[in-house]
Design a protein around this ligand. Structure first.
Ligand code: CTP
Length: 397
């Protein structure tokens, strides 16, 4: 097999030092790396460092005459799995959002073919990240199909704190490996629910839960990376839409049910990751409820919501159904009972208090053959293992 190769673009930012580690990890994972640096990047890290780590020449100049027969800005991306720009500075992202091409890296980004995706790992000061112009450029890039990886949040090199830190090298490695993921769901249609639902009480109040949507979004990304056509029906979350995924936003369990009913025809796999509210408020108040000093207590009457997963599983010719069970106690016994009750072939069991809102998780897959415990890991890596397991259980097309 031909060795996988990526182009790593390094633009000017202190996070360039983390990209040295990234090159080391990529090479260790068997992925060849061609490093292309902007002029500003060379002020932070010397090309010789990247050359030593990648074992390949480093490119910095659009007018490089090393290989007279070919042009670096064209040739480097041909046959490459992807271009990853890490760190991607605010300036470099603005440039790409506008389609400018005035140095080797921006020219190479513009000259790449559609089969070479562009990934960017933003890295900048929190104020730069929050600036209206940067937000606008982000939306443009996302709309153009650029995969934005991060940024993370925390202490920054400038001494300030907040969003804008480049993701760690090991996380970026995970994203690159995902691209190289085996296309085990090629040509399959997958429908996924994710996030919490919101059940309104009055115009300003809702009943909801603390689901962040992270696991469902990771599953959607992993399914898309595996070659599936993915539709994600999502409750309210603060997460960006996974690249290559169609997203339908809903709020209530009823809206989620309607969206699923509208999308389920033709789906071969249904993965219910959403933390759907089991009940809604029976009497929604059109007017905001006022505090009544005479009655210190307030009782809301609730009515049950439809069970979306159980409904899909009970349909004739139902897709392969996967459920999630978030349990606070007696995890595996409860999960096994839930799998039977819902009539589904595969259920993912996780400890509710461990899973909600976190970036990592520990899950056990329960199917007809028994329990399969997966080691604790990031939600992205677990999502990839789940997709591989589903692919093995799916009947052939
Ligand atoms: N689910 C669903 N529709 C609902 C409730 C749950 O599709 N109205 C799905 C969830 O997306 C998840 C699975 O069912 O895949 C299990 O959800 P959970 O809330 O843990 O189970 P419940 O059946 O609601 O049981 P309980 O709340 O008693 O644990």
């Amino acid at each position: 097999m031909k060795q996988a190769r990526i182009v790593l673009g390094v633009s000017g930012g202190i996070a360039a030092y983390k990209s040295c580690e990234l090159v080391r990890l990529l090479v260790k994972a068997g992925i060849a790396v061609d490093v292309v640096m902007t002029e500003a990047a060379t002020r932070f890290v010397g090309p010789a460092t990247f050359q030593a780590l990648s074992g390949r020449p480093v490119w910095t100049d659009l007018w490089d005459a090393r290989d007279a027969k070919s042009m670096a800005h064209i040739e480097l991306t041909r046959g490459a799995m992807a271009v990853l720009v890490a760190p991607a500075s605010a300036d470099f992202m603005a440039k790409v959002a506008c389609g400018l091409a005035d140095d080797l890296l921006s020219t190479l980004v513009l000259a790449r073919r559609a089969d070479c995706p562009l990934l960017m790992a933003p890295a900048m000061n929190v104020e730069m990240w929050q600036q209206a112009s940067t937000r606008r450029n982000m939306r443009t890039l996302a709309g153009d199909g650029v995969r934005l990886l991060g940024p993370g949040s925390g202490d920054q090199a400038c001494g300030e704190t907040g969003d804008g830190r480049m993701l760690e090298a090991v996380e970026l490695l995970g994203h690159v490996q995902a691209l190289a993921a085996p296309k085990v769901l090629e040509g399959r249609r997958v429908l996924i629910t994710a996030g919490p639902t919101e059940e309104p009480i009055d115009p300003v109040r809702v009943i909801t839960n603390t689901s962040s949507g992270k696991m469902g979004y990771a599953v959607a990304q992993a399914a898309a990376d595996a070659g599936a056509t993915v539709c994600l029906v999502s409750g309210p979350t603060a997460l960006p839409t996974p690249a290559g995924v169609t997203r339908i936003d809903v709020k209530t369990a009823h809206q989620m049910f309607e969206a699923v009913k509208a999308q389920v025809a033709g789906a071969e796999v249904f993965i219910a990751v959403a933390a759907v509210a089991d009940y809604h408020v029976k009497q929604y108040s059109e007017k905001k409820l006022k505090k009544d000093e005479r009655h210190p207590g307030l009782t809301l009457e609730l009515a049950q919501n439809p069970d979306i997963l159980a409904w899909v599983a009970s349909q004739p010719g139902a897709p392969f159904c996967v459920g999630f069970a978030a349990e606070s106690h007696d995890l595996l016994q409860n999960a096994e009972a839930k799998r039977k009750r819902k009539g589904i072939p595969l259920l993912v069991a996780n400890q509710a208090q461990d899973a909600f809102g976190r970036d990592d998780n520990e899950i056990t897959l329960i199917d007809d053959t028994g329990r399969h415990a997966l080691p604790r890991g990031s939600k992205s890596s677990l999502a990839r293992l789940l997709i591989a397991h589903i692919a093995e259980l799916l009947p052939p097309t």
